[in-house]
Every structure is written in structure tokens, then in C-alpha cells.
Design a protein around this ligand. Structure first.
Ligand SMILES: *Cc1c(COP(=O)(O)O)cnc(C)c1O
Length: 355
């Protein structure tokens, strides 16, 4: 799988859009940089990747993405330090996971060199689009979908791999109130919950809408079989602090193997914090909320890094998590973002310089 790509063809945009962008008031993922990487799969192999102007794409109405949902994606970020050097965070893990997701959806795997060299070429060309403001970054969205034609329910014979970039401000940082889900499921044993497959997110929207109507911002997913165990927080992994121990569920068919999650586990251990990777029941969390030992709950994922939870609803009852001064959430967020933005040593070797 190590096809060499020494020189990636670049077709430059005629005109930059960068002057239309207000970098002091960026929202999340809604403004796009000048270029994108594009790579097509046909005749049984991935063709040479190219960097082209960011632009709409034309698809046949019978393209299998529309009918059978063959699509996977990744989410990552690029940062600039004070010297204008460009950094990524554990990018090979995103490449590996993209292929793990693809395999499950019968999509052909992308060679490492296409992903990494393509991404580096794109970032160097659009480097002015990487925000420097504290908390901002260039959100990167690699994705693959079936472009092959036909109403027959079978894997497509043609695909498109794109990497697009969106300069983004700090993800909404407020605390969220969540609802522990007792009816719907995000994923199931033997299913595709471990993959970043497009359809997984479509399936979450309706239960989340119902939670929002009830006054919550997000859903806490529980296991599909019993709804007794806490699994994820929306499209993020979840951490629960009981007394001074940080607990998160083990990855499985149903729980996505988040890069933020595994980084927090290592960082917390390095800080001397007790970490337990084990199943955690709703019952245990409710009991901890009642006896005051539930100190924190937070979501973890690339977009928000860490998203603190203010309280949760379960079985018609609401539980608040009292404000704490020195939270693990803020400590972990600082440790991760300092490594990502080259503000401190990186003893783990997670930071990746783009050059
Ligand atoms: C992407 C994602 C995460 C977080 O993964 P990161 O690698 O940390 O961004 C967690 N859960 C789900 C369901 C996800 O889609």
C-alpha cells in the first residue's frame, strides 16, 4: 500500500477567497479554504491525487452514495505556532481509522502516501487559511464516498476521496446539559458504530432533536441491548470523574476509538490521575450524583477537544453536577492544546510538523 507520490499535481484557484473571511469571528466548519485534495478510484485502483480549487462536484443520480450510503469521513485539525510552522496531531491515526471505517463499508483503502502527501501539499498551499488566534484552527475533513452508478445494492466500483478544509474558531465552549438515552441506540454489536460512517450521524439526528425539544443539548448513548451502560456523548467519547478517578468505557463495535480519548487516557496517567477503562453503568453515575461523588462529566473529540457537561436527565429526573474549580476537563484541554499548538514539549511524539 505504499504507492509513492513524489509530486502531486496542483491546479491553483484563479483568485483567493481569503479576503472575504473575517478571521476574528469564525464559526465552526462553514467557511472553506481555496483548495481541496481530490482522488478518484476507478479501474480497480486509486488514481493520482490532485490539489484543485475548492468547488462543487457533479454526480450521477444513481451514484451509490445516495442510495446505499457508502461514505466515511475523518475529522482533524492543523495549527500554526508563533513561528508560523504548521502542525497536525497524530495524523497517521486518522489515516488508519479512515481505512478501518472504509473496510467496514466495503470501500477500498487509501494508501498512506496519498493521504499524507496529499494533505501536506494542500496545507502548504492553503497555509494562509490556518488561523493563528488562540483556540482557532483549520478543521480538516477527509472523506470518501461512492460515485459509481447503478441501483443495484452492491458496493460501487468508483469512489471519490476528498480532503477539504474549514478555518474554524473555538468550538462553542459552554457547558451542555445531556439526556441519557433509554430508547434509541447509536450503534449495535456487529454494526458500524466504530466506523466514522456518514449514516451513523444521520441516525443520531432524530433522537437528538427529541432531546433538544425536552430542553437538553445532547444525548448520552447507552448500550443498545440494555441501555444500562454509558457509551458516548453525542459524536464524542465520554469521560466520567467519580471522586478523583477518571472513567471511560472500553472501545468496541459500538464505541468509536477516538484519538482525543486515547490521548486523554495517556495524559491523565502521566499527570498521576487514576484512570479506569471499564464499563460504567447509568446506575453507578446516578448513585454518584446522589451521594456527591460525581465530580465531572465531559465529552472528548477533535472538534471541541473537551466539552464539559453541566448535568444530565435520566428517567424524568434531572441531576446537576456542581461547579468545580480545578477540573480535569480544563487541565486535559490545556495539556492537549499546548501539545497541538507547539506551546510545550511533546513527550508522546504526537505532534507532526508539516514540511
Ligand atoms: C469522531 C468521533 C469521536 C471522537 O474521535 P476523535 O478522534 O477524538 O476526534 C468519538 N465518537 C464518535 C462517535 C465520533 O464520530
Amino acid at each position: 500500500m505504499n504507492t509513492a507520490v513524489s509530486d502531486i499535481e496542483v491546479i491553483k484557484a484563479k483568485k483567493t477567497k481569503i479576503h472575504d473571511v473575517d478571521f476574528d469571528h469564525l464559526s465552526f466548519g462553514s467557511t472553506f479554504s481555496d483548495h481541496m485534495l481530490e482522488c478518484n478510484y476507478k479501474d480497480g485502483k486509486w488514481q493520482a491525487p490532485k490539489v484543485v480549487p475548492y468547488q462543487p462536484i457533479t454526480l450521477d443520480p444513481s451514484a451509490k452514495i445516495f442510495h446505499y450510503g457508502q461514505s466515511v469521513f475523518e475529522g482533524m485539525k492543523a495549527y500554526k505556532d508563533a513561528k508560523n510552522d504548521i502542525y497536525l496531531f497524530r495524523p497517521l491515526d486518522n489515516w488508519k481509522r479512515l481505512n478501518i471505517s472504509s473496510k467496514r463499508l466495503a470501500i477500498p483503502e487509501v494508501p498512506e502516501s496519498y493521504f499524507m502527501e496529499g494533505l501536506k501539499t494542500l496545507l502548504k498551499l492553503d497555509s494562509e487559511w490556518i488561523p493563528k488566534k488562540e483556540g482557532s484552527s483549520l478543521y480538516i475533513r477527509p472523506f470518501i464516498f461512492a460515485t459509481g452508478k447503478g441501483f443495484h445494492a452492491s458496493p460501487a466500483n468508483e469512489y471519490k476521496f476528498i480532503i477539504a478544509c474549514a478555518p474554524s474558531g473555538a468550538y462553542f465552549a459552554g457547558k451542555v446539559k445531556v439526556l441519557i438515552e433509554e430508547t434509541y441506540s447509536r450503534s449495535a454489536n456487529g454494526g458500524v458504530g466504530f466506523a466514522k460512517a456518514g449514516g451513523n450521524y444521520a441516525g443520531q439526528f432524530y433522537p437528538t432533536q427529541l432531546a433538544v425539544e425536552k430542553g437538553y443539548q445532547q444525548v448520552i448513548w447507552t448500550d443498545d441491548n440494555t441501555h444500562e451502560y454509558i457509551e458516548e456523548a453525542g459524536a464524542m467519547n465520554i469521560f466520567i470523574r467519580i471522586n478523583d478517578t477518571l472513567i471511560t468505557g472500553p472501545t468496541s463495535d459500538r464505541i468509536l476509538d477516538g484519538i482525543t480519548r486515547k490521548s486523554i487516557i495517556e495524559l491523565a496517567k502521566a499527570e498521576g490521575i487514576a484512570v479506569e477503562v471499564r464499563k460504567i453503568s447509568v446506575h453507578e453515575v446516578v448513585a454518584a450524583a446522589k451521594n456527591g461523588s460525581l465530580k465531572e462529566m465531559f465529552g472528548a473529540g477533535t472538534a471541541a477537544v473537551i466539552s464539559p457537561i453541566s448535568g444530565f436527565g435520566y428517567h424524568g429526573e434531572d441531576f446537576d453536577i456542581p461547579e468545580l474549580e480545578n477540573t480535569y476537563a480544563s487541565l486535559m484541554k490545556k495539556r492537549i492544546t499546548d501539545i497541538q499548538t507547539n506551546k510545550c514539549e511533546d513527550p508522546f511524539g504526537w505532534r507532526f510538523k508539516v514540511e
